[in-house]
Design a protein around this ligand. Sequence first.
Ligand SMILES: Nc1ncnc2c1ncn2[C@@H]1O[C@H](COP(=O)(O)OP(=O)(O)OP(=O)(O)O)[C@@H](O)[C@H]1O
Ligand SMILES: [Mg+2]
Length: 222
Amino acid sequence: MKARIVAVVNQKGGAGKTTVAMQLAGTLAKQGRKVLVVDADPQGTASRWAASAQDEQPFGATVISLAAAGGKLHREVKKLRGDYERIVIDGPPAAESPLAESALLAADLAIVPVIPSPLDLWASIGIKAAIERAGDINEKLQAYLLINQCQPNIRLARDVMDLLGEFDLPVMRSRLHQRTAYRESAVFGQVVADLGHKAQAAIQEMQALADEVEALLSGEEA
Ligand SMILES: Nc1ncnc2c1ncn2[C@@H]1O[C@H](COP(=O)(O)OP(=O)(O)OP(=O)(O)O)[C@@H](O)[C@H]1O
Ligand SMILES: [Mg+2]
């Protein structure tokens, strides 16, 4: 077993890194994969998420914090590669941080969740340079934008499309909409699939995201 590694990064706070990392890891775990979440954020949100789970329904993936590893994170992650099929790293809200740089050195795939509004996109653009720097060293690194918190049934405005283009990164076909199911499942240390039928729309879009991630990791055209 040699885990494929996904890093969820963005320098902008609150763009949805932890939401994407935990929902993705939990969804892959439900499919029967052995998944590790590496909490690379000193705020420890991913660790708290998993700790909020009830004994009778624990979070499906293992979650450990390696925030103390700083710029040595990638070395620590590589040591764990033999024990898991997928490792998902939840990055800190800073592109310049040694933790973010190191997460990008370890990753096969970087996902940058972005909120499709001009203010949020301006605040996110710093991750572009960090991804370019990491890509010079880590040649296998693929990086994609993931549109998060978009409003259902509303098309992205022209200025948002233009700003997305400034990242010079491909955009994932999957999108996550703004839905209470994402917040609600976090409170109970779960993923949207645990909420059952009422969260059907969120369950479907998370499934599509997990499928797209798997296709990218296996080198298929997504
Ligand atoms: N698609 C969504 N629909 C509804 N709420 C969302 C969605 N994505 C994220 N949120 C909410 O937005 C807030 C910020 O999300 P999250 O904590 O995942 O971002 P983050 O990038 O990890 O933040 P930080 O930079 O502080 O680590 C949380 O309250 C989360 O529940
Ligand atoms: Mg977070």
